[in-house]
Design a protein around this ligand. Structure first.
Ligand SMILES: NC(=O)c1ccc[n+]([C@@H]2O[C@H](COP(=O)([O-])OP(=O)(O)OC[C@H]3O[C@@H](n4cnc5c(N)ncnc54)[C@H](OP(=O)(O)O)[C@@H]3O)[C@@H](O)[C@H]2O)c1
Length: 240
């Protein structure tokens, strides 16, 4: 297994990590796949877009693993976690990256179904992944959990109230979780910065083009993520 990884990568990591990332089919998640693998780590990823998941499987074989999983579906996450822990063991770094944003609108104009979807993915999806992966991490007394928050998890703007509500929730959820973990582990909320992805285009339109691309962002973000340790438990972090 190590032979495959070292052949496929440009450098040998000081310590190879099993990195689990939700939402790898585009944006920050997709760019993190390339960078973690380039640095020699083992990547386990999910997203809903089965076509892109199939392409990732073709591009990156074992020991990497990609599955079409909707994090809002608790039973699907449970089945995925059982399989992943069986095949790969406990993740060293669990990145709850998958999220949705509402279409820009005043809160009272956001349809109930759209509000529900944002809550279901951004809060319940994170809780589902934690529910099914973290017990094995706690048992092993190791592992880092990073829940992607936002500048809109610490401040607010008009027309993104549903998204703000979820990211403020992620800040509280992560800090409470941190108080439940045994020594040697960490849970943190992470503001990744502002990056030109499909999500940002949804909120900012063409103005998103003045921000770094996901491919630029990972050069700073992935080393930052790999540097998070038990010393950071419960600290709200920001890339950059
Ligand atoms: N871009 C920014 O400037 C920015 C700023 C602050 C915070 N963030 C946060 O950073 C993270 C990544 O954002 P991004 O900009 O990369 O967003 P993005 O381009 O919209 O990508 C989101 C990813 O999440 C996946 N996803 C959505 N719902 C899912 C579900 N139910 N189950 C599994 N995967 C799901 C999507 O894939 P599928 O559609 O295939 O499921 C996609 O791969 C998010 O948590 C976001 O809130 C981003």
């Amino acid at each position: 297994m190590a032979g495959n990884i070292l052949k496929a990568s440009n450098s040998t990591p000081a310590r190879q990590r099993r990195v689990l990332v939700t939402g790898v089919t585009r944006g920050l998640g997709r760019a993190m796949v390339d960078e973690f693998i380039r640095l020699g780590h083992v990547l386990i990823g999910c997203g809903r877009n089965a076509k892109v998941i199939g392409e990732l499987k073709t591009s990156f074989g074992a020991p990497h693993r990609f599955d079409a999983v909707d994090v809002a579906d608790d039973a699907a996450v449970q089945a995925w976690a059982l399989e992943v822990i069986e095949s790969h063991g406990v993740p060293d770094l669990l990145l709850n990256n998958a999220a949705l944003i509402n279409r820009n609108a005043a809160l009272w104009r956001v349809p109930a179904a759209e509000f529900d979807a944002v809550i279901d993915v951004n809060i319940k999806g994170v809780a589902n992944v934690i529910r099914h992966f973290v017990p094995a991490m706690v048992k092993a007394k190791r592992g880092i959990i990073v829940n992607f928050s936002s500048g809109w998890g610490r401040a607010t703007d008009a027309e993104v109230a549903p998204y703000c509500a979820t990211k403020w929730a992620i800040e509280g959820l992560s800090r409470a979780l941190a108080q439940e973990l045994p020594p040697g582990m960490a849970a943190v909320p992470l503001n990744p910065g502002i990056i030109d992805t499909e999500m940002l285009r949804g909120a900012f339109g063409d103005a998103a083009g003045s921000y770094p691309t996901a491919q630029q962002w990972v050069k700073q973000a992935v080393p930052f993520l790999l540097g998070i340790g038990p010393k950071d438990n419960g600290r709200p972090l920001t890339v950059g």
